[in-house]
Write a new protein. Structure first.
Length: 595
């Protein structure tokens, strides 16, 4: 006979469990068969006496749940049920007792050692002559494997098995839900409806063919992780299929689309991807659309939005990859964005083909002679003015392309490029001093400072011949960051300059906070000297302010001797403009025998 449970032989307990509705008991042989079946199946039978709240158990698998003494009462059993599952079991049992529907319920059962089992509980209530429930007989089965399989199936239905990102189905749900919310939310203006970007890995097929599936899978997984890390909480990134990821950005203005795309592109290209065959440089392209740009009668058509974004992605790939392309629309805003993107592509091509060059313009001092004196002006330094070489060989000034570069988030790349060019010039020409313009974004970029330190930190003879210029408007935008940046530049031995002085709203307090060596008076004041005394008065004030802080002043846009003489009398130390030399793609110091 099987071992007893709580002193009751299993055969007797099984017989008690098998009482039929008419009260008749089956033969002992049937009870033994049932007991053997319980042992073979791993099921656990129970009889719960409702009046006494006592529970009898049968089946060797009862040991999985704890000792019988620990679970001999219904109260102890209910305490073992996971708190969040208790209501579901209670509802199922109540419906069975009240309506006669089957009692069939899954729930989690906590063990004495803190572990957890999923169990499937099926039973039937026994009633007395008055129809009152007196006993519940049932069978428990541990279903951990089944639940794990169901969870896996559920996960596969919603998540990509390779990357762990949501799949295309879930992407569609996220896109539909956020678009619908933005249309229904009165507090969310249309401009904040949100964006959808399709991001594709460039030339993944070549990686797969040349290096194998393992390398391609490693690239896909790492790109997925990099995209996920740079997005906001609440954004959704998923695998739309193959080498394409989808990014849903709720409550994100259309004007931010280019910046978001550039952030994603930079995150992927930031470092090589480690694969089983070694590191691989990877880039992605992106196509984007404002989500409700695919609306029909105010309703967002999800499939159309996704298709348009992926069409834009293919256009980005046709442009050479590692770039962003918006869905083509007819609005003036989109037209302007496309123009900026076209300009950005020209600049990227120029970066790769060494098509960005410096035009050098001299900045001169009159202390040694020149205007109103004997001799010729001395060149103090040359400003490096960036030029894009067009297809016909004509130089395009920075003002024609830098606004697009800044809009596309490419300014830091340009500033790193120009730093390399300037350092090479200093290396090749030991007697030359150069000044270099920096964008507003670079003043907040620690990586650019690290690059400067790497190139000049141990070379003070080069650093002392480099001047780095920031604009007044950029300085005001974030005074604390700019001051820290300029201090770091000075600590490396470079000089600092404030460009367009007077064009913004820089105050005495602001100027005092900035570690500046040179201030360049905005050329608009010099051009207005001929119009009356107001410009002269303003220049006199600026010069006095700069001199009070021990800063050297430069006047820009000087075109004739009269302007030069006036500025010299007002105490301006250095002059720059067509009167002393136009920007030249040639190196003027090589042609000047005086240098």
């Amino acid at each position: 006979m099987s071992r007893p449970i709580d002193g009751i032989p299993v055969g007797e307990l099984a017989m008690d469990l098998l009482v039929l509705d008419d009260g008749r008991m089956d033969a002992p042989m049937d009870a033994q068969l049932i007991a053997a079946a319980l042992d073979a199946s791993g099921d656990i039978a129970y009889a719960w006496d409702i009046a006494t709240d006592s529970i009898s158990w049968a089946g060797s698998a009862v040991a999985q749940l704890g000792t019988p003494a620990e679970i001999a009462y219904g109260e102890a059993w209910r305490a073992r049920i996971e708190r969040s599952d208790r209501a579901r079991r209670r509802v199922a049992l109540s419906q069975h007792i009240e309506t006669g529907s089957s009692f069939d319920c899954d729930y989690r059962l906590r063990l004495a050692d803190g572990g957890m089992h999923w169990v499937h509980d099926r039973g039937q209530v026994e009633r007395d002559g008055d129809g009152m429930p007196v006993r519940l007989r049932g069978v428990l089965r541990v279903i951990d494997r089944r639940k794990a399989y169901e969870v896996e199936l559920e996960h596969q239905a919603h998540f990509d098995p390779l990357t762990g990102l949501v799949n295309r189905h879930r992407l569609r749900e996220a896109l539909s839900g956020t678009c619908r919310t933005s249309q229904m939310d009165d507090d969310c203006p249309a401009a904040l409806g949100g964006l959808y970007l399709a991001v594709g890995i460039d030339k993944l097929g070549l990686v797969n063919d040349a290096m194998g599936h393992a390398a391609a899978d490693a690239v896909v997984c790492e790109v997925a992780d990099r995209l996920r890390r740079v997005l906001r909480p609440g954004d959704t990134v998923g695998r739309a299929g193959g080498d394409i990821f989808g990014v849903v950005l709720p409550r994100c203005p259309e004007d931010d689309m280019v910046h978001v795309a550039d952030k994603l592109l930079r995150a992927v290209r930031a470092a090589p991807v480690d694969t089983p065959v070694g590191p691989i440089l990877v880039t992605v392209s992106a196509g984007g659309i404002a989500k409700c740009a695919g609306a029909d009668n105010g309703q967002c058509r999800v499939d159309e939005v996704m298709t348009r974004a992926e069409t834009a992605l293919q256009e980005a790939k046709r442009q050479g990859g590692d770039c962003f392309w918006p869905h083509r629309a007819t609005s003036p805003k989109q037209t302007g964005l496309r123009n900026a993107l076209a300009t950005g592509q020209m600049v990227k091509a120029a970066l790769q083909a060494d098509g960005l060059r410096f035009a050098f313009q001299p900045v001169v001092g009159l202390d040694g002679g020149g205007v109103d004196g004997v001799g010729r002006p001395e060149v103090a330094f040359y400003e490096c003015l960036l030029r894009l070489m067009a297809a016909d060989g004509a130089p395009v000034p920075a003002g024609a392309f830098m606004p697009a570069v800044e809009r596309l988030g490419m300014a830091r790349r340009i500033d790193l490029h120009t730093l390399d060019h300037a350092v090479r010039e200093l290396e090749r020409h030991p007697g030359v001093v150069l000044s270099l313009n920096l964008s507003a974004t670079t003043t907040a970029d620690r990586t650019w400072l690290d690059a400067l330190d790497k190139r000049l930190g141990a070379r003070p003879e080069l650093a002392q011949r480099l001047i780095l210029e920031v604009t007044e408007t950029a300085a005001i935008e974030d005074l604390e960051d700019t001051a820290g940046f300029l201090a770091a530049v000075r600590s490396l031995g470079c000089r600092t300059a404030l460009d367009d002085f007077g064009a913004g709203y820089l105050s005495y307090r602001h100027l005092k906070a900035l570690p500046i060596d040179i201030v360049k008076i905005d050329g608009s004041f010099v051009r207005e000297l001929k119009d009356g005394p107001d410009a002269l008065l303003f220049i006199r004030t600026l010069v006095g302010l700069a001199n009070g802080f021990g800063m050297t002043t430069v006047a820009e846009c000087v075109e004739n001797d009269e302007e030069a003489a006036t500025l010299r009398r007002e105490g301006v130390r250095l002059l720059q403009g067509y009167r002393f030399g136009r920007p030249s793609l040639d190196r003027p110091w090589l042609a000047d025998p005086a240098d």
